[in-house]
Design a protein around this ligand. Structure first.
Ligand code: ADP
Length: 494
């Protein structure tokens, strides 16, 4: 259990941010320490080299070798400066003849470093150039040695001279510096991690608040929103996106709730009517004629009931993607002509004049059955909602990249407040006084029209003036444009 909570902790964002801070600080501090240690060491050694170079120059002023091979140091012993300089030079030095025999030396050189070998001495003399060497004494202390030649005054014979300085003080400074860093690095990492922990905690605190607010939102209180922090940062953007998602969910929930209410209402009406008819038959009917009438009414209501159920099933299959379109190349002008022909008799009976404006041929890639259903639904509405003496006109025209199918009528029109909802399931405009006896629809026909248009990559729009008429316009992609329809689809249309 403890192991699992430790694992969850180590996977937490706060822990990971802090660990990143710690690693970052460690890498930066170690890199700075290593680089500056190297730099310090080399600049201290450069300084020592310069000092040795100066001592070499000074040495040439004080040292004289005469014919008797006896090197002598000429300086004013009463002058403290001169005494000091010569003393410094003679701390680490050796003088040898050209064959490598030591003539004069300091104790350090003989006892700790050891004389330079005759071979080395000969090599330096032969080269005629100064040589630099890094040597270690018995105690492993480093020394910087500069060797070269000087000449005796009389015969101009070369002699070997080596002077040097201990690098131990430099190494001690570098060691001290290393110790300082050894203390500073862990302290730096600790402070960095602490800062990281606090900063990550602060940055993530609003995330917890957002999570708590999100937890309060459930199916029953989808109206809640996560309050914006007004900081305009990434988190506010996340909150805004989240709130928009909740808004969409709320709308969908409301639609589903409304739909369930509508379905129960729609089913209850014919069921109540059937029940009433059966009660009449059972308790009030006196003769065969009255039985027959009650049974006939009940049958009509049953038919309406099964119509609703069939339509609902079809619509839900369509909207859930289970109704696959059987797309094929078809002449939509011929399809429209056929459907219009079928409506000839009902239109005549309603006293509505039906006219068309169709090209002789117009190809689309579509599902014939669904296109027929769409045209039939639009036409049946147009005839149903147009009073006697009115006119319904069906037209088809190319509007690249679309093909427009329009059904216009001079009927009762749709009040503007109903227009945005006209394609929703079960939405019906309440009966007006001017249309008292019209046949009661299911309120599903336009939902089908909208689904069929969208399923073909198109859209449907409506324009209507109450009392003057309506115009339904369906845009279907023309065959050549089919591949681009997704990008070109008009926005905000049903
Ligand atoms: P219904 O079966 O009720 O006709 P629809 O979904 O086809 O269902 O239509 C929804 C509502 O839209 C109708 O109840 C009607 O009020 C309105 N409507 C549809 N078409 C027309 C039209 N051409 N003229 C006037 N109103 C219409």
């Amino acid at each position: 259990m403890r192991f699992r909570s430790a694992r969850r902790f180590s996977r937490g964002l706060r822990f990971r941010l802090t660990a990143s801070y710690a690693v970052f600080f460690a890498v930066v501090l170690i890199a700075v320490a290593v680089l500056s240690k190297g730099r310090l060491e080399s600049s201290l050694d450069d300084q020592t080299r310069l000092t040795v170079e100066q001592q070499w120059a000074a040495m040439k002023g004080y040292l004289r070798i005469q014919g008797d091979r006896q090197p002598r140091w000429f300086f004013d012993r009463n002058d403290p400066d001169e005494s000091y300089i010569v003393e410094q030079i003679r701390r680490v030095y050796m003088l040898a003849s050209a064959d490598g025999a030591p003539l004069q030396w300091s104790t350090v050189y003989r006892e700790d470093l050891g004389f330079d070998s005759p071979a080395d001495i000969r090599r330096v003399l032969a080269s005629g150039r100064p040589s630099w060497a890094l040597r270690q004494d018995r105690r492993k202390q480093p020394y910087l040695i500069r060797a070269g030649l000087v000449y005796d005054e009389e015969h101009r014979r070369p002699y070997y001279v080596a002077i040097g300085r201990s690098l131990a003080p430099n190494r001690a400074i570098v060691r001290g510096y290393t110790w300082i860093f050894a203390g500073i690095i862990p302290l730096g990492i600790f402070c960095g991690s602490l800062m990281g922990w606090v900063a990550a905690g602060r940055a993530l605190a609003p995330v917890k608040e957002v999570a708590r607010a999100a937890q309060r939102i459930s199916g029953s209180n989808l109206s809640l929103r996560i309050p914006s922090r007004e900081a305009g940062d990434e988190l506010d953007y996340l909150i805004e996106t989240f709130n928009r998602m909740i808004e969409r969910l709320e709308r969908n929930f409301q639609q589903i709730r409304q739909f369930s209410t509508d379905v129960s209402h729609e089913l209850r009406t014919p069921i109540t009517a059937i029940r009433g008819q059966l009660e009449v038959a059972l308790f009030n009917a006196q003769n065969t004629e009255q039985y027959r009438e009650a049974a006939l009414n009940a049958l009509q209501d049953t038919e309406r009931l099964s119509q609703i159920v069939r339509a609902l099933l079809l619509l839900s299959r369509a909207e859930s993607g289970q109704l696959a379109l059987q797309r094929a190349r078809l002449d939509v002008a011929a399809v429209v002509r056929d459907v219009v022909e079928q409506f000839g008799i009902p239109a005549e009976a309603a006293g509505v004049r039906l006219s068309t404006s169709l090209p002789s041929h117009c190809e689309v890639t579509a599902d014939r059955v669904q296109i027929e259903r769409m045209v039939a639904n639009l036409l049946s509405n147009a005839v149903k909602y147009t009073p006697s003496g009115g006119e319904v006109r069906v037209s088809l025209r190319r509007m690249p990249p679309w093909i427009e199918l329009a059904v216009e009528d001079t009927g009762c029109g749709i009040p503007p407040q109903h227009l945005p909802h006209i394609f929703e399931r079960f939405h019906r405009v309440p009966e007006s006084a001017s249309q008292p006896n019209r046949e009661k629809g299911l309120g599903l026909g336009l939902s089908f029209v909208s689904w069929i248009a969208k399923a073909h990559g198109g859209s449907v729009q409506v324009a209507s003036v109450p009392g003057r008429g309506s115009r339904f316009s369906v845009l279907l992609p023309a065959p050549a444009a089919l591949s681009q329809t997704a990008a070109a689809q008009p926005a905000a249309k049903r």
